[in-house]
Design a protein around this ligand. Sequence first.
Ligand SMILES: Cc1ncc(COP(=O)(O)O)c(C=O)c1O
Length: 355
Amino acid sequence: MTARTHTIAIERAAQSKLAATDLNNLQFGRTFTDHMLVATYDEGAWQDVKIQPYGALAMSPSISALHYGQAVFEGMKAYKNAAGEALLFRPHANHARINQSAARLCMPPIPDEVFIDGLLELVRLDADWIPTRAGSALYLRPIYFASDESVGLRPSERYTFAVIACPVNSYYAEPVKLTVTRDYVRAFAGGTGAAKAAGNYAASLLADREAKARGFDNVLWLDGKEQRYIEECGTMNVFFTIDDVVVTPKLSGSILPGITRDSIIKLLPTLGVKVEERTIAIDELAAAFRAGQLQEAFGAGTAATIAQIASIQFDDLTIALPPVADRPYSSVLATVLSEIKTGCRADEFGWMVRV
Ligand SMILES: Cc1ncc(COP(=O)(O)O)c(C=O)c1O
């Protein structure tokens, strides 16, 4: 166990909002628990790590995150097992990723005692907010941003780290319709695509809005250079089953290294399924579809979990995927993952961390 060098001060909410919240009827990301974690990095050290009632943070309009976008975040979930114990799914992986994202944006790493201990303490305090209905969880959103009060382009010297928590139900109720965009790119080699940087999401919004206006749920991004190789969606990595092999784009430096993606790559072989990480050209997918070899397609992410893909629009072609009931692996995979997360299945990889 890590020695705790930061005492986490706790200020409890005067009154809980839980009794007035319907945990079975939630709009994603609109309901927040009673508390949040807030920590500050200043003068080369982490300080003031505290849990306080959820609410506004006071900040100056000069903070550099607002001007230069030095801001990264994470997304992870807490579940409850049948005994009512709270469990976090792979928090150390999120911790490693936020520090990789931070390094790319010239931000100092967040230590274990702030990220992991802070999360555990917050979830412990708000554990009653973890919904238990199938497909529900407590979504945790760590945010980390530059909070120097000064205008001028340079890495900030002051940072704020916070964690807020939202009880959530399923993100997508129905299989999603994707479209490939030729007009925009999300990321490119040497850029920030592999970091969970706030700016990546801002850059994706216009394409997303245009896709939605045309009746699609999400954009399927291609590589930024040739516009030929499949990368990922705005909030999830993608998988395709072609001739009984599950394939997913390899990490090219411009794709977010998803923790759900990594979990699937580790789980599939234990279920006797072959998985490959490699480049997949959109033309290859179209050819597999035309040849009747494309058996399923799904997205994978913390919020989306396993999201079935109904169709992919690519230029004049609509790649229509088989009905969900006919798909060979994705439903089984979704069940296995959810059973591990809720403690109903042996956690062979040691992914779950008890709160
Ligand atoms: C761009 C992008 N790709 C993939 C993912 C999936 O990553 P994870 O499984 O770690 O949630 C996410 C969600 O976090 C994302 O925002």
